[in-house]
Design a protein around this ligand. Structure first.
Ligand SMILES: [Zn+2]
Length: 128
C-alpha cells in the first residue's frame, strides 16, 4: 500500500500532486496543498476532428447461376403446361438444348438469359 509522501499516511490510491514544483504522491487531504496532476488521458479519448472514413461500396460480385437452374426450368415449364418441344419452337432453340438444360447441362449465358425472359424467372443468384 502506498504512503502519502507528505504526511506518511497509508492510502489506497495516491494522488499525484505538484507542490511548489515537486511532484509527490499524497493522500486526499494533502493533495489540497498543491496542484493535482491529472493522469494523461489515453489517446483514444482525445477528441480530434478526424473525418470518418467513407464506406466504400462493396464490389459488384458476378452473378452466380442458381445450382437448381435445371429444376427451376423444368418446374416453370410444367407450371406453364408446356412441352419441351413447345418451348424449343417458341424460343427458336433446338429441342436438345432445352432437354440438356433441364437435365443439368449449363447452356451459354445468352441462352440462359433468353430462358429467363421467356419464363419470366431468375436463374442467377445475386449475392448481397
Ligand atoms: Zn497526506
Amino acid at each position: 500500500m502506498p504512503e502519502c509522501e507528505v504526511c506518511g499516511r497509508r492510502i489506497d490510491r495516491a494522488k499525484r500532486v505538484s507542490i511548489d514544483g515537486i511532484v509527490l504522491e499524497t493522500c486526499n487531504n494533502c493533495s489540497t496543498l498543491g496542484k493535482v496532476i491529472r493522469r494523461k488521458k489515453k489517446k483514444a479519448f482525445v477528441k480530434r476532428h478526424v473525418p470518418l472514413p467513407r464506406i466504400q461500396p462493396e464490389e459488384v460480385k458476378p452473378k452466380e447461376l442458381n445450382a437448381d437452374f435445371s429444376k427451376i426450368l423444368r418446374e416453370r415449364r410444367e407450371q406453364m403446361k408446356m412441352m419441351q418441344k413447345d418451348v424449343a419452337l417458341k424460343m427458336n432453340l433446338p429441342l436438345s438444348l432445352i432437354k440438356r438444360a433441364e437435365s443439368g447441362f449449363r447452356p451459354e449465358d445468352s441462352v440462359l438469359n433468353k430462358l429467363e425472359r421467356f419464363y419470366k424467372i431468375s436463374l442467377f443468384e445475386e449475392d448481397e
